[in-house]
Design a protein around this ligand. Structure first.
Ligand code: TYM
Length: 331
């Protein structure tokens, strides 16, 4: 079967951008004909400084969040990147066939490094490691949000490079990005920016684990514009369009239906409707997260099983790659 692979960083809690942009698709794909593998990418996490204890905690929390959202370890391989050393090995090999020029212009590197005085080399290598993740499992499809498109393109480029130089080894992966606006959920405080866990303003980002009160407060304080009607116009009214998108995705109603239903409300009143829909959808998930977190041994056992399964595939690929590169003593 064709292979699906994707990853997520354990750098904070899961937010509704991650959920609608990627995780929802991850869950759908479990029931497809594809072979699906999802990875908690803790090697990527340390490209920016992390407190060690917190990183461990975030890893288990993310695992709990993913299971609560509906990732089913019987159907999907869910594993921890740092437990499969082949990711680092392939990353090194790929870094030797990548030019510096190809990396410098990638927008995520530009954004993240612009805020730093000293730029860690790992942050620069970040997209190569991501390509290694994808290629190691001979991935065909990568379900991600729109912000990852350039990284997927680098993986395609490195696949071509590797295959040309060493003979056909890797299939060319294709991104799976939803057509609708779920591929880019915006910040509640500034709809020109994506919703992001690294946003310093906690009100910008709705977490899966937020309590009903926290969710309601954040949505109530979402910045909107000076027009009181609720209309869908992503270009001129991105903040209201973002609320409508979030509402539509949570309630499974079309944006037109919603606009019709709330035409007697102003945007201030409408925010309460959105908040209620969010709470209704995510509160049961939040309670499941709490339950999973009471049982860290179970979470560990899920990841350990996943690690073993992932390792088996990764080892096979690396053996093949090493032989092609000319490593080892077997002529
Ligand atoms: P990360 O951890 O930042 O995000 C995980 C997934 O969530 C999506 N996403 C969004 N989608 C819509 N709107 C948003 N506001 C939003 N914010 C985040 C991301 O697109 C992503 O799909 N580099 C990756 C992790 C990674 C990876 C991989 C992904 C490492 N190796 C291999 C695919 C394949 C990242 O930082 O995701």
């Amino acid at each position: 079967p064709k292979k699906v692979f994707s990853g997520i960083q354990p750098t904070g809690n899961l937010h509704i951008g991650n959920y609608f942009g990627a995780i929802k698709k991850w869950i759908e794909l479990q029931d497809s004909e594809y072979d699906v593998t999802y990875c908690i990418v803790d090697l990527h996490a340390i490209t920016l400084p992390q407190k060690p204890k917190q990183l461990t905690e975030n890893t288990l929390k993310l695992c709990a969040n993913l299971l609560a959202c509906g990732i089913n370890p019987e159907k999907a391989t869910l594993f921890l990147q740092s437990e499969v050393k082949e990711h680092s090995e392939l990353c090194w090999i790929l870094s030797c066939i990548t030019t510096m020029a190809r990396l410098t212009h990638l927008p995520q590197f530009k954004d993240k490094s612009a805020k730093l005085k000293e730029i860690p080399l790992g942050l620069y290598l970040y997209p190569i490691l991501q390509a290694a993740d994808i290629m190691l499992y001979k991935t065909n499809f990568v379900p991600v949000g729109e912000d990852q498109i350039q990284h997927i393109q680098l993986a395609q480029h490195l696949t071509k490079n590797f295959n040309n130089r060493f003979g056909y080894t890797f299939p060319t992966c294709q991104p799976m990005i939803s057509e609708d606006l779920s591929c880019r959920i915006k910040s509640l405080r500034d709809a020109t920016k994506k919703m992001s866990k690294s946003d310093p303003d906690p009100k910008s980002c709705v977490m899966i684990e937020d309590t009903p009160d926290q969710m309601t407060t954040k949505v109530k304080k979402a910045l909107t514009d000076f027009i009181s009607q609720v209309t869908f116009d992503p270009v001129n009214r991105p903040s209201v369009a973002n609320l409508l998108t979030i509402h539509s995705l949570t309630s499974n109603k079309s944006i037109e239906t919603i606009c019709e239903e709330v035409k007697h409300l102003d945007t201030g009143q409408y925010k309460f409707v959105v908040a209620d829909a969010l709470v209704e959808h995510f509160n049961p998930i939040r309670l499941k997260v709490e339950d999973y977190l009471k049982n860290p041994d179970y979470l560990q056992s899920i990841l350990e099983k996943g690690n073993d399964k992932a390792r088996e595939v990764a080892e096979k690929t690396i053996d093949e790659v090493k032989a092609k590169v000319g490593w080892g003593l077997k002529a």
